[in-house]
Design a protein around this ligand. Sequence first.
Ligand SMILES: Cc1cc2nc3c(=O)[nH]c(=O)nc-3n(C[C@H](O)[C@H](O)[C@H](O)COP(=O)(O)O)c2cc1C
Length: 330
Amino acid sequence: MMTYLKKVKRKLVALRDRAKVRSEAMRAFRYDREQFMSNAGALHLDRKSAARAEIVMGYHVLEKGLTMPRRRLGFGKGAVVHLVNLVESFERRFGAGDSQVRHAVGVLRAYRDLHRNWPEPMPRLDAFLAERPDVPAAKEPHVSRAEFFAARDAPFPLFAASRHVVRHFAGPVPRDTIESAVALAITAPSACNRQYARVHALDDPILRDRLFAAQGGTRGFGSDADKVLVVTADLSSVRWGWERHDCYVNGGIFVMNLCYALHYFGVAHCILHWSVSPETDRAVHGFLGIPSNEAIVQVIACGMPPDEFDVAASPRLSATDVLAWHGGGK
Ligand SMILES: Cc1cc2nc3c(=O)[nH]c(=O)nc-3n(C[C@H](O)[C@H](O)[C@H](O)COP(=O)(O)O)c2cc1C
């Protein structure tokens, strides 16, 4: 009798928990949608941070162009004009002096310097730069492999500062190096130690090209990548509705650890977004054979680096831009 009652009680608790998760998830996703619609930069470009983000994306395109393998002069003409317009509009509304906007001007000057012998005139860009003579050309580091990995065994501040994505790949990465990097990356923390992350390693150029065609962020360098890591997070490890972001939070922490591990093992790698439509996400799950309970979090292109290569400067905000104290302590 007791066992029967216990079984009924367990079933009732399970039913109650399922109802709770369903209701939490409905409320949580509604809240996410409202928060997104009210704040996403793309819908609120009048805000300073949104306008700055658009400029950073604009200079990033040109920085990538400046540091790409097999760079061809004359690239990004439309991107240049777009960025000039964005900077002028930003300065009109919010004033000059923002460090990221100044870097955009520096990137435009580096672009112009590179094109000093280009036959087509660039009057719009020249006039824009002439009005901002105090901003020097941005420097995109050109490094040897030894220089780039010199801080592999250095204390953490030097090691962390030396990591950058690399879009130059010149050779195969041994499978056991990837295995060592993943073994190191699993030291990443996760909520309740649930260890959501999984890694699907592609070692096949046909799958790589199909994935990159769907992803869309590897033009000019993707076909040089030797291995591709698709980091996923197991939705089955999510327990409650309020944990709806857990795959991406825990997966993201794992990705960062994996990038440090790849850097430690001397593997050039470039993190790639997974901002794709539901149709693309479903199709990629299908052709890679990734089970539907694994949410794709990020993709990482890997290869061994050439002897010398360019790295995009990608300057950071300062800690004072990022850190906000709440409270009166010291
Ligand atoms: C979530 C995420 C998505 C990214 N997506 C791409 C991408 O699709 N293509 C690409 O070339 N770089 C991509 N990157 C690399 C960033 O451009 C790069 O990390 C950033 O500019 C900072 O430079 P750093 O990593 O060299 O310090 C991505 C990085 C992150 C973290």
